[in-house]
Design a protein around this ligand. Structure first.
Ligand code: ATP
Ligand code: MG
Length: 563
């Protein structure tokens, strides 16, 4: 039989929570939970990082612990303060705080150097004069043991002398490295005398020209966790095979019982998306997209510009959960999460993307009346607004057909529709240009059908959104589609993801018309354009020229609901 406490525990507890709770119940680390999020500042964060951030900060929050932000900045050739700043902005935007615990692996370069010297003195590290290519060739394979470097048995004195001179700048980049002396026959390739220091002469964004040798990520990462007193080092599955190496370093160098415990979880991959910083950087550099924050990018700044909310991203991460099995998550689940969130929070407005002028011939010329509309049926507290109605309005071109099929419940000659919040109108005639395109539609309205009047409830099959021509604001609307048209663009052995770029991932519509209440809309404000989808004001938006990004379309339209 289950204990009552067990029954009360949520079923959804994942394996990392279970592991942490077990450690806590065994009194490990004095009951402390301390995690860290360890980005390399070599690109902008993407939604995959959000999965790690939610876990690292989330576990600390849940277990009354702490989470450090630590930049693993061991490679000055790829790193930049621009990335450091953007990473901080994005974590805060997601709703997490590292308080005063902003650390850098480069803060530990001195300590790491000292450890490397200790390893040399204990005969556990040596300077190798071979090139990285040769070293890699000697590593062997999973079925074949590696070969010893001819420099493996250098004397401690010679190793120390060379290592110091490497850091004086005496040798060229790539001419020498420091390697840990572990085991060239280990079944784990990472244990075959891994490189732990390399010569780099690029100045570092924090330490300047102080160092000419830099620790490899694998040499810095585990020890940095140790220095910071991290109890649970949560990382993605590809680091599982690195764990014995991290443990080996800590075992050699440390003199207490405390060890950071590394637990690996599955990466977030999304369909129709590439998720590696390196590949995203290429898209930026080659101007395939407009920048890291192009709304088609899976970066957090791109998603933000697109109109995604932190809540929707956190919700999505909750929905996919944490496991030990690699998978690709369906991007439509992310779209579900943002729809759900925007449905609750985004005010409804009228916007017409491809306008068609409609003249209501029996409506008094020069008259304007305000119709009252509910801002959000999901949230009464958002109140109501007044939208001007007049004799000339715009409707969506595709809401009119001269020669409609059966079941077209929108506007057509002789047919009636309701203008949402206003009157029922009937199409009487139309005007075409020389190309045969409909340019104007003439309707009559039934004055008794406005709300509060006797025929307000008269039923018609279609309801359309509209804007008053005299009162509209002009807008540009950017419609986005998937950046790649293959489900797994990075998953092809012989093909570059770029071969699967979707040529139609961006469509820019100019000449759109939106209701006047949007005059004061600010960048990142979010709206539901009724019947069309969720839209967000872009940074390029200015008074007089509004610019909107479509975040996501609506699943259902009123036409469908009315059936
Ligand atoms: P990329 O492979 O995209 O270049 P990275 O792993 O090199 O990313 P880091 O800056 O090293 O990026 O990542 C910081 C943390 O984020 C690491 O703990 C890493 O495991 C985690 N992380 C990176 N990508 C993902 C992902 N797709 N899903 C979940 N966690 C991720
Ligand atoms: Mg990395």
């Amino acid at each position: 039989m289950k204990e009552p406490e067990e029954i009360l525990k949520p079923e959804s507890q994942h394996f990392i929570e279970q592991a942490i709770e077990k450690d806590l119940s065994e009194g490990k680390n004095g009951g402390r939970v301390h995690t860290r999020f360890p980005p390399e500042p070599n690109g902008y964060l993407h939604i995959g990082h959000a999965k790690a951030i939610c876990l690292d900060f989330g576990m600390a929050e849940k277990y009354n612990g702490k989470c450090n932000l630590r930049f693993d900045d061991t490679n000055p050739t790829k790193e930049d303060v621009e990335y450091v700043d953007s990473i901080k902005e994005d974590i805060q935007w997601l709703g997490f705080t590292w308080e005063d615990r902003e650390f850098y692996a480069s803060d530990y370069f001195g300590k790491l150097w000292d450890f490397a010297v200790t390893l040399i003195k204990r005969g556990l590290a040596y300077v190798d004069d071979q090139s990285a290519v040769t070293i890699s060739e000697q590593k062997g394979t999973t079925t074949q043991t590696g070969n010893y470097s001819p420099h493996r048995d250098r004397s401690i004195e010679e190793n120390l002398d060379l290592f110091f001179r490497m850091n004086e700048g005496e040798f060229e980049e790539g001419s020498r490295v420091l390697r840990a002396k572990i085991n060239m026959a280990s079944p784990n390739m990472h244990m075959r005398d891994p490189i732990i220091y390399r010569i780099l002469k690029t100045p570092h964004h924090r330490t300047g020209t102080k160092w000419k040798v830099y620790p490899m990520y694998d040499f810095a990462h585990g020890q940095s966790d140790y220095f910071e007193g991290i109890t649970h080092s949560l990382c993605t599955l590809e680091f599982e095979v690195h764990r014995p190496l991290y443990d080996w370093f800590v075992d050699q160098l440390m003199d207490s019982d405390y060890r950071p415990r590394q637990i690996e979880f599955n990466r977030l991959n999304l369909t129709y998306t590439v998720m590696s910083k390196r590949k995203l950087l290429e898209l930026v550099k080659d101007a395939v997209v407009s920048g890291w924050d192009d709304p088609r990018m899976p970066t957090l700044c791109g998603l933000r510009r697109r109109g995604y909310t932190p809540e929707s991203i956190r919700r999505f991460v909750d929905l996919i959960g944490y496991t030990k099995v690699e998978a690709i998550n369906d991007v439509s689940l992310l779209e579900y999460a943002i729809r759900e969130n925007l449905n609750e929070r985004a005010p409804r407005v009228f916007g017409v993307l491809k306008p068609l002028r409609v003249i209501i011939t029996n409506y008094p010329e020069g008259k304007t009346e305000n119709v009252e509309l509910i801002n959000n049926p999901e949230d009464e507290s958002q109140g109501k607004r007044q939208v001007p109605f007049s004799r000339e309005i715009y409707i969506e071109q595709e809401d009119f057909m001269e020669d409609p099929p059966n079941k077209f419940f929108r506007l057509a000659p002789g047919q009636e529709v309701r203008l949402k919040g206003a009157y029922i109108v009937r199409c009487q005639s139309l005007k075409k240009n020389d190309a045969g395109e409909v340019t104007e539609v003439y309707c009559t309205y039934d004055p008794e059908t406005h709300s509060g009047l006797p025929l307000a409830d008269r039923k018609v099959k279609g309801t359309l959104h509209w804007v008053s021509a005299e009162h509209v604001l002009d807008a540009e609307v950017r419609l986005y589609d998937r950046l790649f048209n293959d489900e797994d663009p990075s998953g092809h052995k012989d093909k570059d993801a770029r071969e699967f770029l979707n040529p139609d991932s961006l469509a820019i519509l100019t000449g759109c018309k939106v209701e006047p209440s949007l005059a004061s809309a600010k960048p990142l404000d979010k709206f539901q354009f009724q019947r069309l989808g969720y839209f967000c004001v872009d940074y390029d938006s200015k008074a007089g020229k509004l610019v909107f990004n479509r975040t996501v379309s609506l699943k259902d339209t009123w036409a469908k609901l009315n059936k």
